[in-house]
Design a protein around this ligand. Sequence first.
Ligand SMILES: Nc1ncnc2c1ncn2[C@@H]1O[C@H](COP(=O)(O)OP(=O)(O)O)[C@@H](O)[C@H]1O
Ligand SMILES: [Mg+2]
Length: 168
Amino acid sequence: MTKCIREIPLPDLRATEKLGKALATAMEAGLVIYLEGDLGAGKTTLARALLHAMGHKGTVKSPTYTIVEVHVISRLYFYHFDFYRFMSSEEFFDAGLDEYFRQDAICLVEWPEKAAGSVPAADVRLCLSMGQPSEESRVVAVSASGNKGELCLKKCLAAWDAGVSALE
Ligand SMILES: Nc1ncnc2c1ncn2[C@@H]1O[C@H](COP(=O)(O)OP(=O)(O)O)[C@@H](O)[C@H]1O
Ligand SMILES: [Mg+2]
């Protein structure tokens, strides 16, 4: 069952970066996090903010062409996927991607719907959409499933509610 649904307005890029920082306080090995929303909604931008907040230095490439980008941060494996180019969800198993979904890794998944039925279920879902009124406005709908996901989201929202000052 999916729980803890909340909609968070992200009026500008800075807010999305702050959400990345809030998420970073809640990372645990084994999490599967879906990043949903249309092209340009900000999925990669949010993943970048999270990885940088975790301490990753340098660029974070979008996995649109490579399907998966690997980042090892403080011995924790982050696998950042983008299934946008999948023609069928079978490609997930054809490419052996199930092997990445381990208990010692964190999987960030853009376009999970393109691998529906193949990709493991999400612990946390973050669904981004364009908001009003400015070009930078976004809204993110957050939800969690299961104990691990609920705990992650609870920590993330607590950090978010505590405000930027507590995160910097
Ligand atoms: N509030 C915001 N949150 C995220 N991205 C934003 C925001 N405002 C503007 N942007 C811009 O929108 C674009 C989002 O692109 P990207 O993260 O690659 O989207 P996606 O991965 O969802 O296709 C980037 O150019 C980013 O700078
Ligand atoms: Mg992307």
